[in-house]
Structures are given as structure tokens and as C-alpha cells.
Design a protein around this ligand. Structure first.
Ligand SMILES: NC(=O)c1ccc[n+]([C@@H]2O[C@H](COP(=O)([O-])OP(=O)(O)OC[C@H]3O[C@@H](n4cnc5c(N)ncnc54)[C@H](O)[C@@H]3O)[C@@H](O)[C@H]2O)c1
Length: 306
């Protein structure tokens, strides 16, 4: 199958592209960051999804689109909501229009289970939980989901929005303010103090990148109607517990610098992933201990070879 992956040069995109190529798909990447040298089997369109002139050619011939490109993280989105809406909402609508014109049969969107709900009112959040995002990033993700539902109704564009919790895994950047496990593991390996926003009690549902790739591949096989599904571990772990696990695995104490909590961070997230199991036959399989061990190993290798 010919598939387009927007944001294919990013953290999740890189892992997904590798799996799709290994599974025998012809993969085309649309990304502003040009990483074409990484794998000659991958076709590369080095451009922004906001450039309408390239979208038709980028989507042409594709049966499926994985839409992962995003130019913001929760923090930067609140600094400039207009830029966020222009790039990630309008850009996505342009991509959806091009997908309809090209006859794409499945559009899979990386939404965000950590931001669309806002501050949860229950322990485990189901997809039916109220959506009250506290960042522009979450508002835009939710708006895209609503447009996907509308386009399914108006034009029959089959789509799945995966509300991914907090991603972590090998090769995640440690300096963006988004990947807290990447940043803690990097600090632990390089013996640098790690920044903890708040008192360490903030807790998150961390999901290993390989499990999210499994969910995306399951979404490619899905043949039902428009779906919005949580993708997470179904468990919640505090930042202090993560640090304690990293210290146990490395056998070293990590220096911590405690900073005031950030206004765009919800205090606790934990996703109920029953729907993904029922609809996609997907369940998370990687324990936090195994996932963090793999990240630590990769950071150690990278540091040795740098
Ligand atoms: N990282 C997480 O914890 C997390 C959680 C939930 C959802 N998501 C979503 O999953 C997707 C992938 O996340 P990630 O962590 O791999 O992010 P990432 O920042 O590593 O990758 C995003 C990619 O999009 C590209 N990009 C940005 N703007 C673009 C544009 N206008 N046109 C084309 N390409 C553009 C970037 O160059 C980058 O390669 C994003 O949509 C993100 O919002 C991430």
C-alpha cells in the first residue's frame, strides 16, 4: 500500500515509518525537516503541509494518510495560538481536502489524550469525558477531530483519531519540554541536573512509542466508521516515581532542580483504553520498566559514540 506520513521525520514518525517500510508498504514522508538520507526506500517531500501547492502531489496515489505533523507543543501553542491555528488547523484542513480529492481511504490522526480533556474529573478518562483543553494545542487537536467527524459525514473520508497519552521511547528529543522521560534519562546518563516542574507529584499516563506504532498499524486495518480512541498505558505514574525508577535502573542518584508548576500542564492523566481494545484489538504491551531500560541503553550508546 502507498501511504503518506506527515511529520515522518519526527520522533513518532521515525518509528512509524520504519515499521511501515518493514511491513512492505511504500512510504512517502511529508515533513519540513529533511531526513531523506536516513532510508533510501522512503520517498521524501521536504515541505510544509501549509504549502497547498505540494499537497495534491504529496497525497496522490496514497491509500492512507498518517497525519503526525505538528509544529507546536502545549507550551509553545499558548505563546502563539494564531500560529498554531494557521499551521496545525488550517494546514490539516488543506491536507484533508487534498486527501478527499486523491480518494484516500483511511486518514489516521495523532491527537492528544493528555490535552483534549483538560483537567480530568475521574480517575480513568474515557473518550466520553468532557473536553475542556487548557492549551491552544489541545483546542486545535480537538477541532481537527471535529472536522474529521464532519468530513466523514459530508464526504465519506474514513478517519481515526488516536488520542495518544504521553509518548516516550528511543530517540525522543530531551530538550523540547515535552518528553519528560527523555529529559530525565538524558540527565541521569550525562550526570546533569534534571528540571522537575512542580513538586514531582504531577502524574502522567506514559505510553511506549512501539506500542503507539502498533496502534497506528491496527488503525490502518480498521474498517469501521469514524473512530476517536484513547491510546495510553491505562496507568498513571508520578514524575517522582519515574525518577526513582531511573535511579534504581542506573544505580545512581539523579540531581533534581525543582521549578514552579506550568499553567498549561494538567495535574494528572490516566486514559481508559478499553475502546481501542474493542475496536482495534490493541492493548499496550511494554512495561514502564522495560521501556525506560531501552531508552537508558540508547542514551548511553549515543553518549558513548558522540
Ligand atoms: N510526543 C507526545 O507525547 C505526543 C502525545 C500525543 C500526541 N502527539 C502527537 O503525535 C505527533 C507526533 O509527535 P512527535 O512527538 O513525534 O513530534 P515531533 O515534534 O518529534 O515531530 C513532528 C514532526 O512534524 C514536522 N512538522 C512540523 N510542522 C510541520 C509542517 N507545517 N509541515 C510538515 N511537517 C511539519 C516536524 O518537522 C517534525 O518532524 C504530533 O502530532 C503530536 O502532537 C505527541
Amino acid at each position: 500500500m502507498i501511504v503518506l506520513v506527515t511529520g515522518g521525520s519526527g520522533f513518532l514518525g521515525r518509528h512509524l515509518v520504519q515499521r511501515l517500510v518493514d511491513d512492505g508498504h511504500h512510504v512517502r514522508v511529508l515533513d519540513v525537516a529533511d531526513t531523506r538520507s536516513r532510508d533510501p526506500r522512503v520517498e521524501f517531500v521536504a515541505s510544509s503541509m501549509t504549502d497547498e501547492s505540494v499537497l495534491n502531489a504529496a497525497v496522490s496515489g496514497c491509500e492512507a494518510v498518517f497525519h503526525l505533523a505538528s509544529s507546536v507543543v502545549p507550551k509553545t501553542s499558548n505563546d502563539n495560538p494564531i500560529l498554531d491555528a494557521r499551521s496545525n488547523l488550517i494546514g490539516t484542513l488543506q491536507l484533508m481536502d487534498a486527501s478527499i480529492d486523491a480518494g484516500v481511504s483511511r486518514f489516521i490522526f495523532a491527537s492528544s489524550g493528555g490535552t483534549v480533556y483538560g483537567e480530568p474529573t475521574v480517575v480513568k478518562v474515557k473518550e466520553s469525558h468532557p473536553t475542556e483543553p487548557i492549551s491552544s494545542y489541545g483546542i486545535v487537536k480537538l477541532a481537527v477531530e471535529k472536522y474529521l467527524a464532519l468530513y466523514a459525514r459530508l464526504y465519506g473520508l474514513n478517519s481515526i483519531a488516536l488520542r495518544i497519552s504521553n509518548l516516550y521511547g528511543e530517540h525522543q528529543r530531551h530538550d523540547t519540554g515535552l518528553g519528560v522521560i527523555a529529559s530525565f534519562c538524558h540527565g541521569a546518563v550525562t550526570d546533569n541536573p534534571v528540571k522537575v516542574w512542580g513538586d514531582g507529584s504531577v502524574s502522567r499516563d506514559f505510553i511506549y512509542v512501539g506500542d503507539v506504532v502498533d496502534a497506528m498499524v491496527a488503525a490502518l486495518r480498521y474498517r469501521g466508521s469514524h473512530l476517536v480512541a484513547n491510546i495510553g498505558s491505562g496507568e498513571t505514574v508520578s514524575l517522582s516515581e519515574i525518577l526513582a525508577l531511573i535511579e534504581e535502573l542506573t544505580g545512581r542518584e539523579v540531581a533534581k532542580e525543582y521549578l514552579p508548576g506550568r499553567p498549561f500542564d494538567v495535574h494528572r492523566t490516566c486514559l481508559d483504553v478499553t475502546l481501542a481494545d474493542d475496536a482495534l484489538g490493541w492493548r499496550p504491551k511494554t512495561s514502564l520498566r522495560d521501556g525506560i531500560s531501552r531508552v537508558l541503553q540508547t542514551v548511553e550508546q549515543e553518549e558513548r559514540s558522540s
